[in-house]
Design a protein around this ligand. Structure first.
Ligand code: NOJ
Length: 561
């Protein structure tokens, strides 16, 4: 397996709107980020993935871009951005920008032109179709509810938008469009950035003819994902992008890919494939969603989680590369989701971090995860800002008459605003995020959970993350070791081995608030065992590492040699 810097790196994601506000307008900004770089350096991360900071009308908080080459006014200026980049580089922090090229904003100059007439030069940059029998061109549902097509009076045709109607999909079949995108990527790379995170990049090739999906009883629109995820020309497009742009720079790339399987993951990330370095897969994010999708809550099942993560570990080993994540700006907070954010918040946050960071892949930490930030429960739907949440609520409650209480429960569990409440910096007003009124309310638990308190407490989640990052830098086994799942059927213990150059790491974690007995499912071969890291201070002497007791949410790692 080739050794590469981005395999050894730890990435930290910043969602700029919610990170740090420097000018009191209630919205996080670039100068706010620059002011916190010492903090990130202290944590020890290598790369920042910055969610979009480009010009945008903010229908989807920057994932609807109206100008790829300029900075959103609310976030600052290009000069602020350049200063941020140079301050990052001074601290050996690399910058990975968000690349959102499945769609633009409907306010992007290309779309403004495209709408004007059927023969406009930019018409073909987007996906326009005439209606069928007075209805939409097909029955696809938008990921943000309703039809994926919007009718436009001006030319009497519909345009495709897999997300909101203010996010028209780009037509990647058009070679001119592709060149414009590659030029734009070079514009940022030549400014000195170190990589791209690519938004829903496996959606860019749609199946020819855009066929309707099979009907589903009781549904007007249905998911057309099988016709646009991992579509027919996706590898061709990515190889072209690689040849034209990516291969010319030593950078880190990760493709966000809902619906990707490990077999496809290898095609996207294989060393000989010249596409991307890693993908964000979603299988483990889907385990608490039922047949009705993410809002259809079903109980967490550890055995299922183990199977999914292990499958990715084993199948990509030596063939591709994994990303590792529990959180991002679209997901609920992991300590509330798979841990216990009440009496075991600190322990379970550390346990989850251990379980993930000891695996093979490049770990991603989402802002606030490193201090164990939790989900939030606002009383009224009016307090929520996320377009996905608001559209879903409107459809379910106002159009389908579902119970508001039940819908609110699902928002508490899965809503994207859980991740987007401002970072809690201290116990002062608005958690130190802003001197103004925050665009989205601060989680009321900031008095207890905040960065200042976490730094002051040597046993905090923050110091534990710092240690995990440090260990990764000092032990190649964490980066390159081979993975093997143990005790596959145990409903509460997630245990695995990593092996490298005659050494092993035995990772054992308890996903429950009860004590558990670990009986290792495999006879381990070693002469020395040493405690590597664990989340309890009081260390219990273990006679035989094949068999020991785990306390609630305990994580323990032994190094065997
Ligand atoms: C995935 C992004 O992570 C999400 O925040 C966004 O809403 C959609 N893609 C559309 O860009």
């Amino acid at each position: 397996m080739e050794k590469r810097w981005w395999k050894e790196a730890v990435v930290y994601q910043i969602y700029p709107r919610s990170f740090m506000d420097s000018n009191g307008d209630g919205i996080g900004d670039i100068k706010g980020i620059t002011s916190k770089l010492d903090y990130l350096q202290e944590l020890g991360i290598d790369v920042v993935w910055l969610s979009p900071v480009y010009q945008s009308p903010n229908d989807d908080n920057g994932y609807d871009i109206s100008d790829y080459r300029n900075i959103l006014d609310e976030f600052g200026t290009m000069a602020d951005w350049e200063e941020m980049l140079s301050e990052m580089h001074k601290r050996n922090i690399k910058l990975m920008m968000d690349l959102v090229v499945n769609h633009t904003s409907d306010e992007h100059a290309w779309f403004v032109e495209s709408r004007k007439s059927k023969d406009n030069k930019y018409r073909d940059y987007y996906i326009w179709r005439p209606g069928k029998d007075g209805k939409e061109p097909n029955n696809w549902e938008s990921i943000f509810s309703g039809s994926a097509w919007q009718y436009d009076d001006l030319t009497g045709e519909y345009y495709l938008h897999l997300f909101s109607k203010k996010q028209p999909d780009l037509n990647w079949e058009n070679p001119g469009l592709r060149q414009e995108i590659y030029d734009m990527m070079k514009f940022w790379l030549d400014k000195g950035i170190d990589g791209f995170r690519m938004d829903v990049i496996n959606f860019i090739s749609k199946m020819e003819g855009l066929p309707s999906a099979p009907e589903e009883p009781g549904k007007k629109y249905v998911s057309g994902s099988r016709y646009f995820m991992n579509g027919p020309r996706i590898h061709e497009f990515l190889q072209e992008m690689n040849k034209e742009v990516l291969s010319k720079y030593d950078i880190i790339t990760v493709g966000e890919m809902p619906g990707v399987t490990p077999e496809q993951g290898i095609l996207y990330t294989g060393e000989d494939r010249n596409e991307l370095q890693m993908v964000f897969q979603f299988e483990h994010m889907g385990i608490d969603g039922g047949p009705g999708g993410k809002w259809d809550l079903i109980p967490f099942d550890l055995v299922k989680l183990k199977r999914i993560l292990s499958k990715w570990q084993v199948e990509l080993y030596g063939k591709g590369w994994n990303s590792l994540y529990w959180n991002n700006h679209d997901q609920p907070r992991v300590v509330s989701r798979f841990g216990n954010d009440k009496e075991y918040r600190v322990l379970s946050a550390k346990m989850l971090a251990t379980c993930l960071h000891m695996m093979q892949g490049t770990p991603y930490i989402y802002q606030g995860e490193e201090i164990g930030m939790t989900n939030v429960q606002f009383t009224s739907i009016e307090d929520y800002k996320d377009i996905e949440t608001l559209n879903m609520y409107k459809e379910k409650v106002h159009e389908n008459g579902e119970s508001p209480k039940k819908v609110m429960e699902s928002i508490y569990a899965k809503g994207r605003d859980n991740a987007r409440t401002p970072v809690q910096w201290n116990n002062q007003e608005n958690a130190g995020f802003t001197t103004g009124t925050p665009w989205l309310a601060v989680n009321p638990n900031y008095k207890e959970i905040n960065v200042e308190a976490a730094i002051a407490d040597p046993n905090s989640v923050f110091h534990y993350y710092k240690k995990l990052i440090q260990l990764r830098k000092e032990n190649e086994i964490i980066v390159y070791g081979q993975y093997e799942l143990l005790n596959e059927e145990h409903p509460h213990i997630f245990a695995y081995l990593r092996s490298y150059n005659g050494e092993q790491l035995l990772v054992v974690t308890n996903f429950s608030s009860e004590e558990q007995e670990f009986h290792c499912s495999k006879k381990l071969d070693y002469t020395n065992s040493q405690r590597f890291i664990g989340n309890y201070d009081e260390i219990e002497e273990v006679e035989d590492i094949h068999q020991f007791r785990l306390r609630p949410w305990e994580a323990i790692v032994y190094k065997l040699s």
